[in-house]
Design a protein around this ligand. Sequence first.
Ligand code: KG4
Ligand code: ZN
Length: 334
Amino acid sequence: MNTNYLLAIESSCDDTSAAVIVDGQVLSNIVSVQTAHASYGGVVPELASREHQLHIVPVVAAALKEAGITKEDLTGIAFTKGPGLLGSLIVGVTFAKSMALSLGIPLIDVHHMHAHVLAHMAEKPYPSFPFLCLTVSGGHTQIIKVTAPLQMEILGETIDDAAGEAFDKTGKMLGLPYPAGPLVDKHARQGQAIYPFTRSKVGGLDFSFSGLKTSVLYFLRDRMKTDPEFINKELDNICASVQTTIIDMLMHKLEKAAKETGILQIAIAGGVSANSGLRAALEARAAELGWTAHIPAFQYCRDNAAMIGVAGYYKFLEGQFVGQEVTAEARMEF
Ligand code: KG4
Ligand code: ZN
């Protein structure tokens, strides 16, 4: 079989990323992180698409250079079709289409959330099938049953905010810049989980984080009334309390899913899987319950094009290509 060189492009939110994947193995994975949003408390869609336009060409050039190949070596282009911010996605989709057209090579569309799961196939040891994947990002919180690289189903998901959003929004209340998740994690490591926050009781394998958000809001409002320095003095303990609450809710449903399905291969994915407390909680539960835990390397947790390329590779093997009529989709069926 001839060598398969895929260029992969990811631009669904605020990071511009390009990767080169050779026969399913990652040769390069370049991510340009946008800092323009920090002071706004969230991603500003128009700023994000402008930044993607600025970065896409140099990021792709850097990915090809690091892989030691030229664009003429490419045998296909994989890109994120959705879900995500439309203006951001359009930059990546249009770039991928133009490049595939000019090189006369096939296009492969990838679902962003499938790719987060398949990030586990970027590095060995791969999980064996079937495995469960808790995918936790800024826009999604899902428990997925994965039976084959291209066969997966959602067993449960959030009915309101995503776990990453819960980190970012509570962090914002504490005065932390966007994205607050990594900063909450940092402060939590120096604090104790001494404050009780609401844990949702939503049924089945679904999640809800909006109650936690409201409970933190009221808690801070009450404490700040009597002590305006409360957040400054107690930041570490508040962060530890918020983080522990989120992790407990995630782990509770993950354990329930493992019990119900009898599956012992357990993975986490998405930006929040970089959280030190969640990684430690998974390791600890795995040791107690006989699970094999799969925790991605940090570069494959957050949004990155390598995961798009790995997912694209499995679609390439199945001949699942799309034509030039493909468009970006802000919302997409799983
Ligand atoms: O997967 P991702 O990079 O982008 C989306 O597809 O949303 O996830 C971003 C989310 C943000 O909400 C960010 O705050 C969160 O992941 N995040 C973290 C950590 N690192 C990133 N949340 C908690 N602890 C972390 N260490
Ligand atoms: Zn993502």
